[in-house]
Design a protein around this ligand. Structure first.
Ligand code: ZN
Ligand code: ZN
Length: 342
């Protein structure tokens, strides 16, 4: 399978997403669906709201000291960046990475002061398996960033203009033009209080002339992004394929939303914010953020670290993502033990 690589374009302007990355709303089952997709199955608008868990700031400390302390307690169980393999992201992209302290230097004002929710837009038809994966990914988004996530109405792609759709022989059906989605579909749906509008589609995507496909693309300055589930595997095939497609979708959702709050690619640890050139690389990367990148989320979203971990572990247990659930549990225990013996 040929994988295209993004040209490096500047983080703030028009950052392309090549991610293979990768949830349950109030009305979706927690297990792999076994019934056939109903005709015309369509997502209903839903809101997923986290409990308010704002991190407490002690006035006598510097503003980031509590975040630094929590960060340092997690370092022992995170893996440093592993040696690169041929074709990996960092082989073709020179990136320096960024510490939490450096991030704070440019992000003094928490993002949630201005924007307090995330919007997810399903684009095109889905079957019941794909729909559940999108909804489940929305749950993880809410748990990871401590923000309400609203799933908007499905966008009908049959109304796209001819130039924004094309047939290919790549084996993934009709493709949609990312530029059209980023310019004409997502911005009108972005409310003033939305941190980001995230499009998810089961259609394959292409970014324009000269490209055969792309996993996804985003405009950070416009706070909009879209990615495709088309190449994550057919979740209707069996339990294992469903779980892999779910995990990939969660990873890309968390990663791209991480970019939306200003987190660049991580180069220090194995981390959900690592760049990725291909699915194999994504599959080697963890679903969790490293201590440096987690601290950025706590700061940007004013989110209590333990509350975050408990919510994520609960979701992962329900989805059979056992390794992820155990890791999130271990992190929560580490933070709570250290807090008790401090
Ligand atoms: Zn990225
Ligand atoms: Zn990281």
């Amino acid at each position: 399978m040929e994988i295209l690589r993004y040209k490096r374009i500047g983080f703030a302007a028009f950052a392309a997403i090549l991610f293979v990355f990768p949830a349950y709303t109030l009305f979706i089952r927690r297990t792999h669906p076994s019934s056939p997709p109903p005709d015309g199955a369509a997502p209903q608008p839903a809101v997923i709201s986290p409990k308010p868990n704002l991190i407490k700031i002690t006035p006598s400390l510097s503003p980031i000291e509590p975040f630094q302390q929590q960060r340092d307690r997690l370092i022992a169980i995170h893996r440093p960046m592993e040696p690169l393999q041929p074709g990996d992201w960092l082989e073709s992209h020179r990136e320096a990475g960024q510490s939490f302290d450096k991030y704070w230097g440019t992000e003094r004002k928490p993002r949630v002061d201005a924007h307090r929710r995330l919007l997810v837009v399903p684009i095109g038809d889905t079957d019941i398996f794909q729909l559940e994966i999108m909804q489940r990914a929305a749950e993880y988004l809410s748990a990871n960033f401590g923000l309400p996530v609203e799933i908007l109405d499905v966008v009908d792609v049959t109304e796209f203009p001819a130039e924004a759709r094309r047939e290919t022989s790549l084996g993934y059906g009709e493709q949609l033009l990312t530029r059209y989605i980023l310019d004409h579909i997502l911005p009108p749906r972005r409310s003033n209080d939305a941190l980001a509008v995230l499009g998810m589609t089961t259609r394959d995507l292409w970014p324009g002339k000269g490209w055969n496909f792309v996993f996804g693309q985003a405009s950070l300055s416009n706070r909009v992004g879209v990615w495709s589930l088309a190449r994550y595997g057919d979740p209707s095939r069996d339990e294992a394929t469903y779980r892999l497609a779910l995990e990939r979708t969660i990873k890309v959702a968390l990663h791209e939303t991480g970019h939306m709050i200003g987190i660049p690619h991580c180069t220090a640890y194995m981390c959900c914010m690592n760049g990725s050139n291909h699915l194999g690389e994504t599959d080697r990367q963890p679903i969790e953020f490293c201590p440096e990148c987690q601290a950025k989320i706590w700061w940007a979203c004013r989110y209590d670290p333990v509350a975050r971990l408990n919510r994520l572990a609960e979701l992962a247990r329900a989805d059979g993502l056992q390794d992820a659930a155990e890791f999130w549990d271990a992190e929560a225990i580490l933070l709570q033990e250290n807090a008790a013996t401090r």
